[in-house]
Design a protein around this ligand. Structure first.
Ligand code: NAD
Ligand code: DAU
Length: 337
């Protein structure tokens, strides 16, 4: 099998490349990544001799067609995206270019050169949010699309386009919508790695609003296994939700990180809330469980210990990131919040 993984130098894409290299040593793996601020070749260091890496933009039609012409992939898994909600609130345009138009270019290439499967890595954010006082409600694949941020609107638009390419052109597609991931190689602008990095530096931990928003956390390796199952055994044209009933409030997560690092709760600082902040995400994973036998293997209490330990053991990876232009980003987002 020949597989193109776009966004493979990012958090989840990078973990997925590690997963595929280890599980399918005979596969040809081609990583296509623009190496934006979120892409990091060091994430691929351990597997670099087993993959081919191409630096390109998924929205660059010429570059994408050239790669497809040269490699003739069987499977394309699209992780490439602008992925941070806060950045989309500041500047939406690149989200539309990469997440929507980039997806279109990739699918056009799939149509032109022929593939066995195009998989779109989407998000539970396309369903909007659930109220905090209705713990009985969950997102199923039938939940209507109802987006909140420019990020989620761009991901939902891409999903609709993927479904249109299935219906109109018969492109063999699948879509997965996963909840919040955490684990190794997570870029430190997102909640968990940001809180670990700040706590280790004894800096304030900026909690939005009252910290009561709920996310449904999934250890990244469980997400990678789910996508592996979908691309090999999932039904064409279908959407699969991925999540493991690990709902936690943000303040619970932050306090847990402080406890694991032996740091005081006095570091917690409540800051101005995110605009349009989604209240609660919660996935119903019944479909992927019943059809493909997927279940999460790492529960939150175990996964967060492993994650904190990874950040302690791999300081050069993230210290390198936060010493550069990240400082300007941090000042802009949190300076007078
Ligand atoms: P990330 O921001 O860590 O990585 C994104 C990667 O895509 C980076 O390597 C970046 O360089 C690359 N990229 C960005 N624009 C590109 C372009 N135009 N062309 C080629 N490469 C480009 O993101 P992530 O957290 O790993 O998320 C990966 C995918 O999973 C995204 O599609 C995201 O919407 C989805 N998702 C993320 C989560 C989560 O919790 N992080 C949950 C559900 C779904
Ligand atoms: O649900 C899946 C989504 O999860 C993915 O589609 C996105 O790509 C991914 O970034 C993530 O989105 P969130 O907005 O949920 O993740 P983030 O880590 O940015 O924030 C998680 C929660 O923590 C959210 O309620 C906002 C809050 N938060 C975040 C940051 C960065 C804070 O309170 N303080 C912070 O400094």
């Amino acid at each position: 099998m020949k597989i193109i993984v776009t966004g493979g130098a990012g958090f989840i894409g990078g973990n997925f490349v590690h997963h595929i290299v280890n599980k399918y040593p005979d596969y040809d793996i081609i990583v296509l990544d623009k190496l934006t601020y979120a892409g990091n070749l060091e994430t691929l260091d351990p597997v670099m001799d087993k993959i081919k890496f191409v630096k390109a933009d998924i929205a660059d039609r010429e570059a994408v067609y050239k790669l497809f012409e040269e490699t003739k992939p069987d499977i394309v898994v699209n992780f490439a995206a602008e992925s941070h909600v806060d950045r989309s609130i500041e500047d939406p345009e690149i989200f539309l270019k990469t997440n929507i138009l980039g997806t279109q270019v990739l699918m056009d290439a799939c149509r032109k050169y022929g593939i066995k499967r195009y998989h779109q890595v989407s998000t539970d954010e396309v369903y909007g949010d659930l109220p905090l006082d209705r713990p009985d409600l969950f997102f199923t694949e039938e939940t209507p699309i109802h987006t909140s941020s420019p990020y989620s609107a761009s991901k939902a638009s891409a999903d609709l386009l993927v479904q249109a390419y299935y219906r109109t052109y018969g492109l063999p597609v699948t879509i997965s919508r996963c909840s919040n991931n955490y684990g190794p190689y997570h870029f430190p602008e997102k909640l968990i790695p940001l809180m670990i990095a700040n706590a280790l530096a004894d800096k304030p931990l900026p909690v939005y609003g009252e910290g009561l928003n709920v996310r449904d956390w999934l250890y990244v390796e469980d997400h990678c296994r789910a996508i592996d199952m979908i691309i090999h055994s999932g039904r064409v044209g279908e959407v699969y939700n991925i999540g493991g009933h690990n709902e936690k409030t943000n303040i619970y997560i932050v306090k847990k990180i402080l406890e694991l690092l032996g740091k005081p709760e006095s570091l917690i600082t409540y800051v101005t809330d995110r605009k349009g902040h989604d209240l609660r995400y919660a996935i119903d994973p019944t479909k992927i469980h019943n059809e493909l036998g997927w279940l999460p293997q790492t529960m939150f209490d175990e996964g967060i210990v492993k994650t904190v330990q990874w950040y302690l053991d791999n300081k050069p990876w993230w210290e390198n990131i936060i010493s550069g232009e990240y400082q300007d980003y941090y000042e802009k987002m949190y300076g007078d919040r």
